[in-house]
Write a protein that binds this ligand. Structure first.
Ligand SMILES: Cc1cc2nc3c(=O)[nH]c(=O)nc-3n(C[C@H](O)[C@H](O)[C@H](O)COP(=O)(O)OP(=O)(O)OC[C@H]3O[C@@H](n4cnc5c(N)ncnc54)[C@H](O)[C@@H]3O)c2cc1C
Length: 386
């Protein structure tokens, strides 16, 4: 595997760096205005606003190495926040399985970041065993709509979402996976009740969503009835690769070293303390190993292959590394990390140390819990029998 950049790739990297520096947010200017404009300018570069979309849908048609460079550079630069639900989770489903009408109706607003989506998969008794989901969608006698009833849980950002892409049960005889239908449901309507769940870190990002007698027109069904599992499943490998967050961890590790370097210990800093230094060194070595696994996976994609079971290794190790980074940041903040929420105590990085650490506990749960990823690796990478 050759991971040295070619002359062409180095020129591309320089072009990306220039674009990011020319279009950085200027302090004191309106953030939201800048954010929406940033995506427009990125679009004018030829699909840089939707780097992962295929060329047929307006994406830039980059090679895997170009994607890697983009990830690295945008993780370093302060690019505008973006949500994955519409852009990288629903959009590929629409492109692969949606009708032309559905693609024309939903993709432009997703691309313009005008509509927020949430993912309605998990339920109180359907998490790791997702196919156990019970939210019922009953087709009306005239075949024009489904009547949906059920409860979704852990729905990230449902409270700000305009739409939910939702897995529903349309058949409860036979194999569980074969009775699931993929529906698109508007959130701002009677019958949808969103209840906040406050997580360990003290923030509100996830919700319980009760769906009661909500009518969903059949035009909002993706693909065929009872075939939704296949559509949803194809997405999971892409989701896992994204959640590994390796480029972000590389940047976070640089910050951690700077932060720990600013904490005084005797005549030196925390970074000179052998036990702390060892933990950072171990983390760096593991991060490098996962980075190489990601590069191998990119080389595989460059040959035209879909992400395979190695995406589970990336999710498993990538999220563990993110947790270790949060833990070490909290440790570097010392007692000041406990002064959580107080604005003027200790170094500024310590103020979110504890909440960051607590919130990071969820990284190894969502997008498929670590134990489940280990099962996938055991069966499909190591070839072990169940
Ligand atoms: C912060 C956060 C955000 C989330 N956002 C969303 C969202 O937007 N949309 C959405 O649909 N869902 C979301 N989820 C749900 C997430 O996908 C589920 O929590 C996850 O799939 C685990 O399911 P569960 O919570 O029901 O746990 P369970 O499946 O009940 O698992 C409980 C424990 O048992 C273990 N376990 C389960 N099965 C096995 C097995 N076969 N072998 C070994 N161990 C096993 C698990 O690893 C875990 O430790 C979110 C979760 C969190 C925490």
């Amino acid at each position: 595997m050759d991971i040295n950049l070619t002359q062409e790739e180095l020129s591309f990297q320089a072009e990306v760096k220039e674009f990011l520096s020319e279009n950085a947010h200027k302090p004191g200017t309106d953030y939201n205005e800048w954010r929406l404009n940033w995506f427009k300018v990125a679009a004018s570069k030829g699909g840089w606003d939707v780097p992962k979309w295929p060329e047929a849908f307006g994406g830039p048609g980059w090679s895997p190495t170009q994607h890697y460079i983009w990830e690295q550079e945008t993780s370093r630069a302060q690019t505008p926040w973006d949500l994955p639900f519409g852009l990288s989770m629903l959009a590929p489903v629409l492109m692969n399985y949606g009708s032309k009408e559905q693609q024309n109706r939903f993709l432009p607003d997703i691309r313009d970041r005008l509509v927020n989506w949430c993912q309605g998969y998990s339920e109180p008794n359907a998490g790791s065993d997702l196919a156990n989901l019970k939210t019922k969608a009953a087709l009306s006698e005239d075949g024009t709509h489904y009547l949906v009833n059920g409860t979704k849980v852990w729905t990230t950002l449902a409270h700000i979402a305009d739409w939910m892409f939702c897995l529903t049960r349309t058949n409860d005889t036979g194999k569980k996976q074969e009775g699931i239908t993929f529906l698109l449901i508007p959130m701002k309507q009677e019958g949808i009740e969103v209840k906040p769940i406050i997580t360990l870190g003290g923030s509100h990002s996830v919700n319980m969503v009760h769906i009661t007698d909500v009518k969903v027109p059949v035009e909002n069904r993706i693909g065929e009835e009872n075939k939704g599992w296949g559509y949803a499943k194809g997405l999971l490998a892409h989701e896992r690769t994204g959640l590994a967050g390796i480029s972000r961890s590389i940047v976070a590790l640089e910050s951690l070293k700077n932060q720990a370097g600013s904490v005084k210990r005797g005549n030196g800093s925390l970074m000179d303390e052998p036990t702390f230094k060892l933990k950072v060194a171990e983390l760096e070595a593991d991060l490098m190993a996962v980075e190489y696994t990601e590069l191998r996976s990119l080389a595989n994609a460059a040959s035209g292959n879909e992400p395979g079971p190695e995406s589970s290794i990336l999710k498993l190790k990538g999220t563990e590394i993110q947790q270790r980074l949060q833990r070490l940041t909290m440790e570097a903040g010392g007692i000041y990390s406990s002064a959580w929420g107080m604005s003027n105590v200790g170094p500024s990085f310590a103020r979110s140390g504890m909440s960051g650490y607590l919130s990071s506990r969820a990284f190894t749960i969502y997008g498929g819990a670590s134990e489940v990823q280990k099962d996938v690796v055991a069966k499909n990478v190591l070839g072990l029998k169940k």
